[in-house]
Write a protein that binds this ligand. Structure first.
Ligand code: GTP
Ligand code: MG
Length: 199
């Protein structure tokens, strides 16, 4: 599969032309968004794993062939971030979510070991209002004994109310669990007729 970094944008003028379906990835800071994109792409360092604070303020666009964009949104809920940083995150992401006409779905990433935060719920409510399907992914599943996964998944499902039609998908960037299924769902939401799972 051919996935390439396209650009980082700190404001809408920097977004690439909205000329193809797009799936964005959102979740609290450090939840594993970039790792998940790397896992989807089968690449180690396509989307950087975190470490550079400046970078996390930007929206990163990746092209899958010429048919789809994957979009790494900056993480939210980093308690130690200064208020201005959090506000600028909210402005940028809100602007993106509200104006990106080609947005087909948002993958909402939650740590399987944690209950959804208020910020997670706010995001899901906002997507609901905007009629953008949320795809909930529970990541870092490798950190949990297999026997506890189902009960964590249903507890998280309760925490996000009934605004998410599809069951949350259990995922691990470390083991690749859930990768094929996530591609399948992304391709369906992006309206891609023949899922391309080759890598
Ligand atoms: P920000 O961009 O800062 O918001 O972070 P992020 O959400 O992109 O998270 P990132 O992918 O950088 O991962 C954060 C940390 O979690 C890194 O140390 C990853 O190695 C680790 N991590 C991510 N996914 C997994 C996973 O599925 N399993 C395990 N065990 N660790 C993971
Ligand atoms: Mg990241």
């Amino acid at each position: 599969m051919d996935i390439k970094f396209v650009t980082s944008a700190g404001r809408p003028a920097g977004f690439p032309a909205a000329d193809r379906p797009e799936v964005a990835f959102a979740g609290r800071s450090n939840v594993g968004k970039s790792s998940l994109i790397n896992t989807l792409a089968n690449r180690k360092k396509l989307a950087r794993a975190s470490g550079t604070p400046g970078r996390t303020q930007l929206i990163n666009f990746f092209a899958v062939g010429d048919a789809l964009y994957l979009v790494d949104l900056p993480g939210y809920g980093f308690a130690r971030a200064p208020v201005e940083v959090r506000q600028s995150w909210m402005r940028l992401v809100r602007n993106y979510l509200e104006n990106r006409t080609t947005l087909s779905a948002v993958v909402v990433i939650i740590d399987i070991r944690r209950d959804p935060s208020e910020a997670d719920r706010q995001l899901i409510r906002k997507l609901h209002v905007m009629n953008v399907p949320p795809l909930v992914v529970l990541t870092k599943a490798d950190k949990l004994p297999r026997g506890r996964m189902a009960s964590r998944a249903s507890s998280i499902k309760r925490g996000i109310e009934n605004l998410v039609p599809e069951p949350p998908l259990i995922f691990s960037s470390r083991t690749g669990e859930g990768r094929e299924e996530l591609w399948k769902r992304i391709n369906i939401h992006a309206g891609r007729v023949s899922p391309d799972n080759r890598t």
